[in-house]
Design a protein. Sequence first.
Length: 143
Amino acid sequence: MTMDRKMLWPFGFFIFISYIIFLADTADYNFAFRVVGHIPYGDKICHALLYGMMAFLLNYGLGFRKLHLFGVMAITPYMGSVIVLVFATLEECSQYYIPSRTFDLWDLVADFVGVGLVSLRRRRYSTVSLSKKSDLCIRHWGE
């Protein structure tokens, strides 16, 4: 069984986030952690950026597949966004049980904001040819 090439990006980014979580869980605060700590709200900004990027990449990898909950809801969230929100919630709640970490509701809010902004600004790759004479194509976002 071969992995779809589109899933390599979210898989790689998941490994990256897992490494960051491992460093934080083991209290191994390197240079990057110290720099982020000196930026006002740097921790929250990084939470939003990392989880927003993870949601975008997973949505891309899953072909922007939507969940149709109960068949009657007008809101149909992206499957990747839901997976990332569940992961972020579990990871943040697990910090309550790790001695070197502290649960912070605002970190979870930042995770939800990052995923929410990416999901609201939903986009898909499509190719539009400019003319018959030109082989030039524009990659643009939109539905």
